[in-house]
Design a protein around this ligand. Structure first.
Ligand code: COA
Ligand code: AMP
Length: 634
């Protein structure tokens, strides 16, 4: 089948407003959009400025009304607890309504913020939808972050309530959440009035009287009282959620998502980009704490009337490298979306694909990869083992949906290994040099998108319009800076090669090396430090911290190294995967004092590098190289 991509993209280019007006028909509106885009509102304009809607209605209620009441909405498959649970759309609605009633009873109203700090349990999705139902703004915080990270988000979002679980379950340990949320609440300046705690059998939390509510008891009461909570109409431009993501400092950026644009973009993407039909089973093997989890575990599959898998486990070790294939065959999954790192992990343990052949994957159609660069070797391995298309696509927390894709729903384009496809409607990409001039095709440069951003992309950062402008819009006037470096080839395919800032990508998780440096600098024996990302065969990158100790420190270096590792784990969380500290006498710098992180990274990864012309003292790079090799790096 010839792809309809070119024709579709051209239609968007010719008349973006007509294109999005048509796409908006996929949504049930309380008041349909009359105006599609207001260029004078917000920072760069706002989508659907006069429309009114409710996100929960579109994800849940309308399907119950339209014949999907008994269809499964969620399948919770949890190898770490050896349990499975399903919820039909009707059951999901009942759970969401009950939790919405509990929230209302605690005084939570439209516009109030609620933090959700939960592992991969259906209640995480229920909590998001309950907030959406009453117009409250949720902010999900990934369970692998430590108390301080949670406290930072509490102080920025100022939530009235936190919905938490008593614990998360990692393959090797139970992660008690109570010390984390209690610690965060104690550290935060903003005071949280309510904590709704989902008790899990593996670790029961002690409830704080007056503050904490037992999730199950409160839900049972709301259901027994037959509470009904209708969907609250909100403006399409009202915020649905805030999702914090790493910036260049320890202060994360609160990405805002609106209701209307998000609904339109995600609904459009399911059919056209992912080629999935209502009623089919879709699985995003991510976590609700990340944008992939927001968009493709919870919202998009439910908007589209699909069944979504909520998987609580890992691609390997729960119990083996065949788990993904078991889930696909058992639940009739037609499309899986995950990060390449998961496939590198599986390939590492099952290089010949012996587990793959144990399961019936006949219903499975497509593997989608994103979150980090999909290395051609991994893509080819997956193609060979599965015998199905493997589709790389590229996006960011900020964009909420893919910027580039190989849109199988419109008809697949030829795959180019190493490329996450072509720009999607809404995205007019360009490659600029550092001075802001467009470079010839095939030349590496800054990947930018012409403004305005399409529906579903961030309209701003939470309470931080000026940070939004300075971080994304000011460097290249008229464009959104993705902070990725890449190439557009002669056929219009993108190749995303690296970040242009200090963000690193560890197992598909986005982390700020600047944030890690801020933590390491707190160690009393550390005079100076620098963190870089170095190549890791499974995780893509892992952080590596160089430390210069204060003069006169004579404690054993390995003791200090252990303390630094523990400090990052305590302050940022285990997700940082920070394990390597390299003590050095001095850090290489330019004459103006800028640390030469990029050169250090090239030395660590044994890439070609040249002596920076502005280096202060070239001998320091030899010291860095010796210290790295001493640690067995490179
Ligand atoms: N709560 C508490 N701790 C968590 C956590 C959570 N929700 N998620 C991860 N952690 C911990 C892990 O236990 C681990 O701790 P450790 O240092 O004690 O071992 C650490 O954070 C790093 O976790 P993770 O990145 O998951 O690494 P891993 O070595 O446990 O597993 C993979 C590696 C590749 C299997 C895993 O990262 C993975 O499945 N990734 C692919 C899917 C994905 O999540 N993509 C992200 C966005 S698309
Ligand atoms: P996050 O906001 O956590 O989704 O991370 C976004 C970043 O991950 C992007 O800016 C890229 O650097 C990287 N990324 C995501 N998807 C891809 C991809 N398909 N190919 C290359 N890099 C990717």
């Amino acid at each position: 089948m010839a792809s309809r991509y070119q024709e579709t993209y051209a239609r968007w280019q010719a008349d973006p407003e007509a294109f999005w007006r048509e796409a908006a028909k996929l949504v049930d509106w309380v008041r349909e959009p009359d105006r599609i885009f207001d260029a004078n509102a917000g920072v760069y304009g706002r989508w659907f400025p006069d429309a009114i809607c409710n996100t929960c209605w579109n994800a849940v209620d309308r399907h119950v009304e339209n014949g999907r009441a008994d269809q499964l909405a969620l399948i919770h498959d949890s190898p770490v607890t050896a349990t499975k649970r399903t919820l039909t759309y009707a059951e999901l609605k009942a759970e969401v309504v009950a939790l919405a009633a509990v929230l209302q009873d605690r005084g939570i109203e439209k516009g109030d913020r609620v933090i959700i700090y939960m592992p991969m349990v259906p209640e995480a999705a229920i909590a998001m939808l309950a907030c959406a139902r009453i117009g409250a703004v949720h902010s999900v915080v990934f369970g692998g972050f430590a108390a301080r990270e949670l406290a930072t988000r509490i102080d920025d979002a100022k939530p009235k309530a936190i919905i938490a679980a008593s614990c998360g379950i990692e393959p090797t340990r139970i992660v008690a959440y109570q010390p984390l949320y209690d610690g965060a609440i104690a550290q935060a300046r903003h005071k949280v009035e309510t904590v709704i705690v989902l008790q899990r059998d593996q670790q029961i939390a002690t409830l704080t009287p007056g503050r904490d509510v037992d999730y199950a008891t409160a839900i049972a009461k709301a259901r027994a009282d037959k509470r009904d909570v209708p969907c609250v109409p909100v403006a399409a431009t009202d915020p649905l959620y805030i999702l914090y993501t790493s910036g260049t400092t320890g202060q994360p950026k609160g990405v805002v998502r609106d209701n209307g644009g998000h609904l339109v973009m995600l609904a459009w993407s399911m059919e056209n980009e992912f080629g999935v039909r209502p009623g089919e089973v879709f699985w995003a093997g991510s976590d609700v704490g990340w944008v992939v989890g927001h968009s493709y575990i919870v919202y998009a599959p439910l908007f589209h009337g699909c069944t979504s898998v909520v998987f609580e486990g890992k691609p390997v070790g729960t119990p083996d490298a065949g788990t993904y294939w078991r889930v696909i065959s058992e639940h009739n999954v037609v499309a899986l979306f995950t990060a390449p790192t998961a496939f590198r992990a599986i390939k590492g343990q099952d290089p010949k694909g012996e587990f793959v052949r144990k399961y019936d994957l006949s219903k499975f159609r497509t593997l989608f990869l994103a979150g980090e660069r999909a290395d051609p070797e991994t893509v080819k391995w997956a193609e060979n083992q599965l015998g199905k298309p493997v589709i790389d696509h590229w996006w960011q927390t900020e964009t909420g949906a893919p910027m580039s894709h190989n849109p199988v729903g419109l008809g697949a384009l030829p795959v180019k290994y190493g490329s996450p496809g072509v720009p999607m409607p809404g995205w007019d990409m360009a490659i600029l040099d550092d001075a802001g001039h467009e470079v010839p095709r095939g030349t590496l440069g800054n990947v930018v998108a012409r403004l305005p951003l399409p529906p579903g992309s961030l309209p701003t950062l939470w309470n931080a319009d000026s940070r939004f402008k300075s971080a994304y819009l000011e460097e290249f006037s008229g464009y959104y800076k993705t902070a990725d470096a890449g190439i557009i080839d002669d056929d219009g395919y993108l190749f995303i090669m690296a970040r242009t800032d200090d963000i690193i990508n560890v197992a598909g998780h986005r982390l700020s090396t600047g944030g890690m440096e801020e933590v390491i600098a707190e160690h009393p024996d550390v005079a100076e430090c620098a963190v870089i990302g170095i190549i890791d065969a499974m995780k893509g990158q892992v952080p590596c911290g160089f430390v210069v100790l204060n003069a006169g420190v004579d404690r054993p270096a390995d003791e200090i190294e252990r303390e630094v590792v523990a400090l990052v784990r305590e302050k940022i969380g285990p997700v940082a995967a920070f394990r390597t500290v390299v003590p050095v006498k001095r850090l290489p710098k330019t004459r103006s004092g800028k640390i030469l992180r990029a050169t250090m990274q090239k030395i660590a990864d044994r890439e070609d590098w040249s002596m920076p012309a502005t280096i202060d003292d070239p001998a320091i790079l030899d010291e860095v190289e010796a210290a790295l090799r001493g640690k067995g790096i490179g």
